[in-house]
Unconditional design. Structure first.
Length: 329
């Protein structure tokens, strides 16, 4: 049974001196349940036939070394107790399993079977047909989609974009992991395409929720990323801040900088960088695939800015993993 704790409005905090990610399309909420804070998209929360949720950092049993004032460990290091949901080198499997059970209970998943992936930054979407336990290894893919009740589709993130798709007419769902490589490959649109082919999904019936990820304010990338986006998207410069055109065209190729500046080795200026907006890119990709702009919402949270609520690999390097989960009851 889904917990009914009072909802608290999730208000993203602006980081001084940096551009804030685009505002969310709708009022997302942080719902307290089972000792956790679960982030919900209102368009999905209104659908009584499914469960969903985006995990946050607080409330778990995992001990993560930190430098922001958490209690001291026995060896003098600083630790945070966090809700790590990924099987990482620094955490025990028992603690992660306990954290997962706590999160699945908080979103009301009950006895649904959690289906996970070995995420490889691809455009591969895997269909889930049965809620029965599967003894095999998790598939190598970056999206899951299903129409049968009983399976909880799960993707893990720590800066990449978690995307949940719902066909409200045919009652089909998908969970997508989209980093910059997945975004360039249009993994969200290709997942929607699989739903169209196999379930008859119409894009106009789809609601999309884009969860917490690293924002345009903090996601600094180099010329390799700029060139990939420039090659794939005519409108790509709209998603970048900084000298995108110069990087995409190769005008500031790092291999040529020493010759251009005439500086000795070790004294060259750093190569130019740009800031990428993954939310804007994935929103545009979904719109191009036929999803109505009014049916695409984002949380408005930057994982790198909000270390109190989320894990960020870019900010911390050694960190935990969050989950975005969705399933049909």
């Amino acid at each position: 049974m889904k917990a009914t704790a009072a909802k608290k409005k999730a208000v993203p905090r602006k980081r001084s001196g940096k551009r804030r990610p685009a505002a969310a399309n709708g009022k997302w909420t942080l719902r307290r349940a089972g000792g956790l804070q679960v982030l919900e998209a209102p368009a999905l929360a209104r659908l009584g036939w499914l469960v969903h949720g985006f995990s946050t950092r607080p409330g778990g049993a995992s001990e993560l070394a930190s430098s922001d004032g958490a209690p001291k460990s026995k060896n003098g290091g600083v630790l945070n107790l966090v809700l790590n949901l990924g099987f990482t080198d620094w955490d025990s499997r028992a603690r992660v399993a306990g954290n997962r059970g706590k999160f699945f209970g908080a979103i009301g998943a009950g006895k649904m079977r959690a289906v996970t992936l070995r995420q490889i930054h691809s455009d591969i979407a895997h269909r889930v047909d049965s809620p029965e336990p599967d003894a095999g290894e998790a598939p190598k893919a970056d999206a899951l989609f299903a129409r049968e009740p009983g399976s909880l589709l799960v993707v893990q993130t720590a800066d990449c974009v978690p995307i949940l798709l719902v066909d409200t007419k045919r009652r089909a769902v998908a969970a997508v992991h989209s980093g910059w490589r997945g975004t360039v490959r249009r993994v969200a649109a290709k997942t929607l395409g699989r739903m169209q082919m196999e379930f008859g999904t119409r894009p106009e019936d789809v609601v999309a929720a884009l969860g917490p990820c690293i924002g345009r304010c903090c996601y600094e990338v180099g010329d390799d990323v700029a060139k990939e986006f420039h090659a794939q998207f005519p409108e790509a410069r709209e998603w970048f801040d900084g000298p995108f055109d110069a990087l995409a065209s190769g005008e500031n190729d790092p291999n040529w900088l020493p010759w251009l500046t005439m500086m000795p080795p070790g004294h060259q200026p750093p190569p130019p960088r740009v800031h990428l907006d993954l939310i804007a890119a994935n929103r545009a990709i979904l719109m191009d695939a036929g999803v109505a702009p009014s049916k695409i919402s984002s949380s408005g949270f930057c994982t790198a800015c909000r270390g109190d609520l989320f894990f960020s690999h870019r900010r911390e390097r050694t960190t935990g993993r969050m989950m975005a989960a969705i399933g049909i009851l």
